[in-house]
Design a protein around this ligand. Structure first.
Ligand SMILES: [Zn+2]
Length: 413
């Protein structure tokens, strides 16, 4: 299948006619074309997700673009529900007749020279199954560490983390903060014929050449702890562990990192210092943590200002923005905003950009962890070492015209 644009309303009408004339809800040729057109429409909008949600008044179709749910696509009549769900589930290799339990599936397709994997998940809801289609473009550029938005200082720090032979590197942030993209770029940078790399993932978000990727299967018993124990007996040097979710995984990850392996993983925490405390809560003793941690990255994604319509402006001293900036406000300070233009479809933003906070484990920090120092003491140490926080990295990106203060406030709360 290829992805190019095509008129949706016409296809909706056609699918409706065909359903009616065939006297069945199974749909036919027209439904195939309608679903293809929907996927094309979502892909053309650079959507990361397409939601297909049957509700009382019809089937709602919504795209997530640059992290936010955008204006909905045309409402589909409920008469198309059975045929539409059947078509998508069939394409995704899901059980078309099962409607009672959540299911997962996968569609592979091509569009404008970029390969796209679509992960499909279903969830039975009161008006029928809700399908969410997640688009994963194999954007080769995103595999390069220097295209992730790191400042040159942070990039050097990050390269320092992953160049080590052994240790634990943690990437932290909420859902959809680009953690996997950073992990994949790190693994890509480490890939070499003489290096053995294994990834344990749930799910595998993209296939990487030259490394061994393992998909976790909870139902059959292949969990992170089971796979990590097996890895202790295998000859892997660098390991990507999808996520540390529980005590058992945390203990095994630390054990592996202590025995001469480099282990990269993710955690759901607000910032770098929180990651240290989350691992302590998961039962990792301070002396092991101090010994094994190499570095922590905390990250967020912000919408990038449209380069075609952005403009600089001076913040008035008595404005709400000056107040929001607090001690970071300086008289005559300039920031950027965008009004919206044709190039950005009136939204003022185009694509996204990552903000980072990096914490390299210096001897002073190791000492603080070992002593069980409180979070404030660790944050003060970060400040003293002139390590920019997420806010500071974001503010500097605001001043360069890459994003807006309002966006920074939205994302960092
Ligand atoms: Zn614009």
């Amino acid at each position: 299948m290829t992805l190019t644009d095509s008129p949706l309303p016409f296809l909706i009408q056609l699918a409706q006619q065909e359903c009616r004339s065939a006297g069945t809800r199974e749909g036919g040729n027209a439904m195939i074309r309608l679903v293809d057109a929907l996927l094309r429409a979502a892909a053309a909008r650079q959507a990361s997700d397409l939601h297909i949600e049957p509700q009382m008044d019809g089937i709602h179709l919504r795209c997530r673009i640059d992290g936010l749910l955008a204006e909905p696509l045309p409402l589909l009549p409920l008469a198309l529900q059975a045929a539409l769900l059947a078509r998508v589930k069939l394409m995704a290799g899901m059980d078309v007749t099962g409607h009672q339990l959540p299911q997962d599936g996968h569609i592979a397709c091509l569009g404008d020279g970029t390969a796209t994997d679509i992960r499909v998940s279903s969830l039975p809801a009161s008006h029928g199954e809700v399908l969410v289609l997640r688009f994963q473009r194999r954007d080769e550029k995103l595999l390069e560490l220097d295209s992730l938005g790191f400042t040159s200082e942070n990039l050097a720090r990050f390269r320092g983390f992953i160049r080590r032979q052994a240790g634990l590197v943690i990437i932290t942030g909420p859902m959809n903060s680009g953690k996997s993209t950073t992990l994949y770029a790190a693994i890509h940078a480490l890939t070499a014929p003489e290096t053995s790399i294994v990834t344990l993932e749930d799910p595998i978000e993209r296939q990487l050449p030259g490394i061994c990727q393992v998909q976790m299967r909870e139902r059959t018993g292949l969990t992170y702890p089971v796979a990590l124990r097996a890895l202790l007996r295998q000859d892997a040097e660098k390991i990507l562990l999808g996520e540390i979710r529980d005590e058992e995984t945390a203990a095994l990850a630390v054990r592996i990192a202590l025995t001469g392996h480099l282990l990269l993983t993710t955690l759901h925490t607000d910032d770098c210092v929180d990651a240290i405390f989350r691992l302590r809560e998961m039962g990792v003793p301070a002396y092991l943590l101090a010994a094994v941690l190499t570095g922590i990255v905390s990250q967020r994604l912000v919408r990038r200002l449209c380069p075609a319509c952005r403009e600089a402006y001076t913040i008035p001293a008595d404005s709400a923005e000056a107040q929001a900036l607090g001690k970071d406000y300086q008289a005559g300070m300039k920031l950027w905003r965008a009004r919206g233009c044709d190039a950005c479809q009136g939204t003022g933003s185009r694509g996204r950009l990552a903000l980072h906070e990096l914490l390299p484990l210096t001897p002073a920090l190791r000492q603080l962890i070992l002593q069980g120092a409180p979070a404030d003491a660790l944050r003060t140490a970060m400040q003293k070492a002139a390590l920019p926080t997420l806010w500071q990295d974001g503010l500097s990106k605001c001043q360069q015209g890459l994003t807006s203060l309002a966006e920074l406030q939205r994302v960092l709360g």
